[in-house]
Design a protein. Structure first.
Length: 286
């Protein structure tokens, strides 16, 4: 944000404009035109919330729930969320549903959580749509209905919800609530992977390696599996170990294979443990 525009925003915020106060809080949250400062962001969200700005009420609740920019205070978070719900904020309904489901700052109430989640999804909140869809797919809090759950997850994915993109890809890959379609699975995984989803990056790498839903490319497989593995995904670490052991797209390298097998084994991947045992049997030094 340009300095002149930021100055106008600051003056409006100091004059008591709740919309300006909320937007200034977002600037401090994102480091847009100012140094990122979560405490300052929280203070501006609170000032806007006290004047009834619905998104500020939601953000003040999220900061209080997570202990970001302020001390952790679950009951205060719930109160902010409730006030935002009264203002018709769909995101606050989702956050309040999460609190009731997990018992955060309130008595655990799965039935109320389910009702709030459904209302938030119907009101258009993309994260609520993803979780509502997931609950329908697995039958958590609602009658199990995978096809309907898939439809809600797809709505969230089309709104740009990254976890929903991965979920839609998974449904297409395994035929959950929709006809199995590996090409569609790959396309949705790739969308999520490009937005940084670690699981999706691993799935994309695995599909490139197998040539499932796309042409086989060890080069692309290595690219995406490394991205995911370096962020701690154990299955991607296992796959990299296999590729180095088999010489798939890289020169056969037992030491690199052992490195990735070890990381995957430490995370509990049983196949990686077995592969390490085989390496030992073949005389590779661990």
């Amino acid at each position: 944000m340009k300095r002149s525009r930021l100055g106008r925003l600051e003056r409006a915020a100091l004059a008591g404009d709740p919309e300006a106060q909320f937007r200034l809080g977002v600037c401090y949250q994102n480091g847009d035109g100012v140094k990122q400062d979560f405490r300052a962001a929280f203070r501006w969200f609170v000032r806007a919330a006290q004047r009834g700005q619905a998104n500020a009420l939601l953000n003040a609740g999220i900061y209080s729930l997570d202990g970001v920019g302020t001390s952790l205070n679950l009951k205060r978070a719930v109160n902010w969320f409730r006030e935002a719900v009264r203002k018709g904020n769909a995101g606050a309904k989702y956050s309040l549903a999460r609190c009731h489901y997990l018992g955060l700052g309130v008595r655990r109430d799965p039935k109320l959580a389910s009702r709030l989640l459904k209302e938030a999804a119907e009101a258009g909140d993309r994260t609520a749509r993803f979780w509502y869809g997931r609950c329908l797919i697995v039958g958590d809090g609602f009658r199990k209905d995978p096809p309907r759950g898939f439809q809600w997850a797809m709505k969230a994915a089309r709104q740009g919800q990254v976890a929903a993109m991965t979920g839609v890809g998974y449904s297409y890959e395994y035929g959950i609530g929709v006809r199995k379609d590996l090409s569609a699975a790959f396309r949705w995984y790739l969308r999520a992977a490009r937005k940084g989803d670690v699981d999706a990056q691993g799935y994309v790498g695995d599909m490139y390696r197998d040539g499932a839903g796309t042409r086989r490319s060890y080069r692309e497989a290595l690219h995406w599996l490394r991205k995911s593995a370096r962020q701690g995904d154990s299955y991607s670490q296992l796959c990299l170990g296999i590729m180095y052991w088999n010489g798939e797209g890289v020169r056969h390298n037992p030491r690199m294979a052992v490195k990735w097998y070890s990381l995957a084994a430490d995370a509990g991947e049983e196949q990686a443990m077995y592969n390490l045992f085989r390496c030992c049997a073949d005389g590779v030094e661990l």
